[in-house]
Design a protein around this ligand. Sequence first.
Ligand code: CAO
Length: 442
Amino acid sequence: MATMEVNVPDIGDFDEVAVIELLVKVGDKVRAEQSLITVESDKASMEIPSSHAGVVKDLKVALGDKVKQGSLILVLETSGAPAAVAASTSAPTAPAAPSVPLVASASASAPAPAPGLAAAPAPAVTASPSPSSGDLPHASPSVRKFARELGVPLHEVKGTGPKGRISLEDVQSFSKAVMSGDIRTQAQSQKAPAGDGAGLGLIPWPKVDFAKFGPIERKELGRIQKISGANLLRNAIMIPAVTNHDDADITELEAFRVLTNKENEKSGVKVTMLAFLIKACVAALQKFPQFNSSLDGDSLVYKQYWHIGFAADTPNGLMVPVLKDADKKGILQISAEMGELAKKAREGKLSPAEMSGATFTISSLGGIGGRYFTPIINAPEVAILGVCRSTMEPVWNGQAFEPRLMLPLSLTWDHRVIDGAAAARFNAYLGQILSDFRRVLL
Ligand code: CAO
């Protein structure tokens, strides 16, 4: 019998996280990849899987402990010699709240809820019993996460499950009651007098009996939709966003792309316009660094790295994997990594680290269609580029109309950081690069 230590693996951007659930106990037999504990930061909760099979000999963490990458979770008794894979390399399962820019995720980078919508751990105004301070409300991590994303103060929600456990339905009912004005949270009561549209000064959401007008079917939103919805709402409300639309002439670049794919046919890597766009955006971000920044109170944080998020359409909803250090990579490497990340996103296998750290996001609908749209910025980023399908168009060259392949671009930017002139310059520069990619080298 050998023993093996299982440690906390790379958990992305999170430094210290709290242990909120112990999923095994001493003497338990565990499989490789079986979840051992649940940890939660202020941004996401995630389960940490075991890298090996064995029997739990010694549990080294307790509820409420703070752990970080490398912290010892438990000691396993294994039947043979330890396997080659180090315990600490096993990635946690997808977080309960993946970042979604426009949504991103969770991004695992789902930022804290907006003020006004935020969940304050305040006592109940709904006469529900509050747990003693320091206690976590009796609810699963996913319910807690859901409540936080909606801005529902969980301590104010009355649980209807066994021993007062709060279910997803309890959170939904609470949220509906707040929206309809039937109840008010303590934070609302403190901020605004009764009847003032739940703190935002808005009138209640319209209540319509749809079935009165024709047949209907009701379907629950998916988990990622719920999470991304809360992020989108926060970003749409809090960011004074403006979108500039423009076109880039990609006639030569498209010919080069087709040639590149022909030459690399056997490599199995397909280059799409998105790879060139990532590279071109890095050049534009380097020329206009405020687009690669984030607001932090009264300061602007300029990032000296260029990690580009890209929206991926998946069966579970929108995910935003992040291509790290795009400035250091060539088009073929970017294409290969993008393919892998998009595949993982579709299979629901992105780790929190793979969805964290973006400095700018691109949302490409080029493979689907459309002309222009207004993407929503993925906070705390300050800009996002939307791309639609390129079309052959007659363009006046001074003497005659010429058929040119034009790519529609839509740049949304945060007016607190960027102004219209800078946005127009960014788009114009991006257009110059895309029409003559040699400029990337300048
Ligand atoms: N103009 C014309 N054709 C384009 C194009 C463009 N701008 N961009 C891509 N295409 C073509 C590709 O060349 C490819 O053509 P072939 O099949 O003939 O080779 C086809 O469209 C499909 O491309 P793709 O989607 O597989 O690859 P991609 O690199 O463009 O995009 C990914 C990858 C993961 C971003 C994409 O699959 C996806 O999920 N897009 C949706 C993103 C989204 O939902 N955004 C909205 C967010 S807001 O809700």
